[in-house]
Design a protein. Structure first.
Length: 322
């Protein structure tokens, strides 16, 4: 029996996700044992600075990846929205499990919905993507940075530091806090981050034994959709400093893709959405080869639309002003 070490951040949510993956792996690989190893990342240590100002694409991953390359752990459990689109050649995202609902949620102790908020209400979010989209609808609100884990943010709301906060549904659901959700935000109001709601596993590319173990829990549909989103983000050179959102998903057995990009105050917004005659049977025929072909093509298709629409100018202006 081989003991396999699972690397993770130490927050309550990260540990829930690591234990969730551990159980999936045990069920599929009963001859192996699994141990969780907590590793603190730079993003866990810097809690008083907005993410957009830190300018480090590996904010929540770098220390974990170093431990993986040094053979101190065998795999990493990530929230896919935290994983940079470019990872080292020696490493690979070897599996992504079935995605949770990916929407953002509005949480308030005073108001029933985002649109019900009175002018000058204080909204807590550290995401430029959320600020941009919500500002395009409600420029009369005060969007204030908020950092810390889910419990910390909820406590700040309960202490009336904010009138409302915006979080990801997936994190709230996984922590058993669904009763705190006031409103699930429709994609038309706030398109989620690339990879939001999906849990990924990173391994060493040449560790074939571990990759075989991990591949057993890969969800083909989620991997395909998240890969499309990540190609789109990569082609636009996106990160925490640029408001970008994208979601690919199957609905009525057709592939739906929605993409967003904009400036910080929501005055310059680019959106595009398409439905493609590509279904789950088509995906199953391709299998794991999708990353080299269809996912790359779909992501590149949308990136080219955005670049032709002037998104590079918007993103360059943002980076100069940060």
């Amino acid at each position: 029996m081989k003991k396999i070490k699972i690397g993770t951040r130490g927050s309550k949510l990260a540990l829930f996700q690591a234990n969730y993956i551990k159980e999936l792996l045990i069920n599929e690989n009963p001859l192996h044992s699994f141990e969780i190893v907590i590793i603190k990342t730079k993003g866990d240590k810097i809690l008083d600075t907005p993410l957009s100002k830190i300018n480090d694409k590996g904010l929540f991953t770098k220390e974990l990846e170093t431990s993986l390359k040094n053979n101190e752990i065998d795999l990493i459990v990530h929230s896919m929205k935290d994983v940079p689109t470019e990872i080292e050649d020696s490493l690979i995202i070897s599996a992504i499990t079935k995605r949770e609902i990916s929407n953002d949620v509005f949480i308030s102790n005073k108001y029933k919905s985002f649109l019900d908020l009175p002018a000058s209400s204080k909204i807590g979010t550290s995401s430029l993507r959320r600020k941009s989209q919500l500002s395009s609808i409600r420029q009369d609100l005060d969007y204030i940075d908020i950092r810390g884990n889910v419990d910390t943010r909820l406590n700040k709301l309960d202490n009336e530091e904010y009138d409302a906060i915006i979080l990801a549904y997936a994190g709230i659901k996984r922590l058993g806090l669904e009763n705190r959700i006031t409103e699930k935000l429709d994609f038309s109001i706030c398109l989620p981050a690339v990879g939001q709601g999906a849990i990924g596993i990173e391994t060493r590319k040449n560790d074939f034994e571990i990759n075989d173990i991990v591949n057993k829990i890969n969800d083909l549909e989620t991997s395909f959709c998240v890969s499309i989103e990540r190609v789109f983000l990569k082609k636009l050179n996106g990160g925490c400093q640029v408001p970008i959102g994208s979601q690919a998903y199957f609905q009525n057995n057709k592939l739906n893709i929605q993409c967003f990009g904009g400036n910080l105050d929501g005055t310059k917004i680019i959106k595009d959405s398409r439905i493609f005659d590509f279904n789950l049977k088509d995906l199953e025929k391709i299998g794991n080869n999708f990353q080299k072909y269809q996912a790359e093509e779909f992501g590149d298709f949308f990136a080219k639309i955005f670049l032709k629409s002037g998104f590079d100018k918007i993103s360059n202006e943002l980076r100069l002003n940060i």
